[in-house]
Design a protein around this ligand. Structure first.
Ligand SMILES: [Zn+2]
Length: 229
C-alpha cells in the first residue's frame, strides 16, 4: 500500500460524492488500499465512517479512493488513529511486504508489538492479505484482489526480463512505467523492481499522489515524517 498525499482540499463539497474527480486527479484511478486500477466504479471512501462521524462526511482529509472489495470489507470499522496505520499519514509500504503469488504480509522488520498490531489492523481493515492459499477468512468469490496481484506480479516480471534484454534502455523504462500505470498495483511493481533504483524512482514519480518524502534517493521506503512509520 503506497503512502499517498492528497494535498490541500481543492474546494468545499456539498456532497461527498462530488469529490471523486478531485481525488482521481490527485491520486489516480487506484484504490487507495489494494491499489488496483479501476477505470470506473471507484468510490469516495471515508477513513472514519460517515454515519458514525457525520461531522467528517464532507472532510477532504477523511477521503480516500476505495474499490468495492476494500469498501465492503472495511464497512463501518471505526478505528482510532492509535490503532492502525493510514496511507495518507504513515509509510504503509514500509509496513507491508508483497510477494510472488499475490501475497501481502507484515514486513519482517516490524518487531515492535504495538506496531505489529497496527499493521495487523491495517491488513484486517480491508482484508488485504486474504488469499485462497492462506488462512482465515478466505476471500469471497467476488474478491479477486489476490489473483490480480498475482497476475500483475507476473506481468511485472516479464517486463523486467525485457528491460534486461533491452539493456535497461530509457525506452524500455518508459514502457515499464506505462504498463505499471495501466495495470495498477504500484507496490507490486516497486517490489519486483526492488534492485532497480532508476525504475523505482520513475514509478514513484509516475503514480499520482505518491508521498515522495517517504522514499530515499534510491526509491526505498523510509519512515515518514509525522507518521508512526
Ligand atoms: Zn481496493
Amino acid at each position: 500500500m503506497r503512502p499517498i498525499e492528497r494535498g490541500p482540499a481543492p474546494r468545499v463539497y456539498a456532497e461527498y460524492g462530488d469529490a471523486i474527480d478531485d481525488l482521481v486527479d490527485r491520486l489516480g484511478r487506484y484504490c487507495s488500499y489494494c491499489e488496483r486500477r479501476l477505470p470506473v466504479s471507484l468510490a469516495v471512501e471515508h477513513m472514519t465512517p460517515k454515519h458514525l462521524h457525520p461531522d467528517q462526511e464532507l472532510d477532504w482529509d477523511n477521503f480516500l479512493l476505495g474499490c468495492t472489495n476494500c469498501n465492503s470489507t472495511k464497512s463501518n470499522k471505526d478505528l482510532s488513529d492509535d490503532e492502525t496505520l493510514w496511507p495518507d499519514r504513515d509509510n504503509t509500504l514500509l509496513a507491508l511486504t508483497y510477494a510472488r503469488g499475490g501475497f501481502v504480509s507484515t514486513s519482517d522488520g516490524i518487531d515492535d508489538p504495538d506496531l505489529r498490531a497496527r499493521v495487523r489492523m491495517l491488513l484486517d481493515l480491508v482484508g488485504l492479505d486474504r488469499h485462497a492459499a492462506r488462512g482465515w477468512p478466505p476471500p469471497t468469490d467476488k474478491d479477486k484482489r489476490w489473483q490480480q496481484r498475482e497476475e500483475i506480479w507476473e506481468i511485472a516480471e516479464e517486463t523486467l526480463g525485457s528491460y534486461e534484454a533491452l539493456e535497461r534502455s530509457q525506452a524500455a523504462l518508459s514502457l515499464i512505467v506505462t504498463a505499471a500505470l495501466g495495470y495498477g498495483f504500484p507496490s507490486v511493481w516497486l517490489t519486483v523492481f526492488d534492485a532497480y533504483p532508476e525504475v523505482r524512482l520513475a514509478l514513484l514519480d509516475a503514480f499520482p499522489g505518491t508521498s515522495k518524502g517517504s522514499f530515499d534517493d534510491l526509491g526505498q521506503p523510509v519512515n515518514r515524517a509525522g507518521g508512526v512509520l
